[in-house]
Design a protein around this ligand. Structure first.
Ligand code: RB5
Length: 148
């Protein structure tokens, strides 16, 4: 399973920790940022990761900024992307089981490495339940506000 990952300066440290830890066994496409020193604009990483997932270059994406909020807002603008900002393990499980999320967003200034690793583990291993949840997703993505 290939995973695309991206972070801004506020998410850099957590990105590096995940790469060395829970993601070490995975094939990972690291789309930056590659240094915590200069402030960077999170939308550019959100779009790079979201596009990699939407084009099938990665099965899942992980995006990290200070709160996870900006990343989830930006990634969700890309057609085919269902981005979920998760602050606990329950949200990570539901993001996959009920929402079929394909991009996980995390807040580097909100959660610690241990919790983030568990969130990633659960997110990557939980299947989508389909059924009524698929119908609800259709209501979002085929509904009156669909893009394209
Ligand atoms: C950067 O200071 C911060 O605004 C960004 O990392 C993110 O939290 C935005 O949602």
């Amino acid at each position: 399973m290939r995973i695309a990952i991206g972070a801004d300066h506020a998410g850099f440290q957590l990105k590096e920790a995940l790469l060395k830890g829970v993601l070490a066994a995975h094939e990972v496409l690291d789309l930056g940022t590659h240094s915590p020193r200069e402030p960077t604009d999170y939308p550019r990483y959100a779009f790079a990761v979201a596009e990699a997932v939407a084009k099938g270059k990665a099965e899942y994406g992980i995006l990290i900024c200070g709160t996870g909020i900006g990343m989830s807002m930006a990634a969700s603008q890309v057609p085919g992307i269902r981005a979920a900002n998760c602050v606990n393990v329950y949200m990570a499980r539901m993001a996959r089981a009920h929402n079929d999320a394909n991009v996980l967003c995390l807040g580097g200034r909100v959660i610690g490495v241990g919790l983030a690793e568990e969130i990633v583990r659960v997110f990557l291993s939980t299947p989508f339940e389909g059924g009524r949840h698929a119908r609800r997703l259709q209501l979002i993505f085929q509904g009156p506000h669909r893009r394209g």
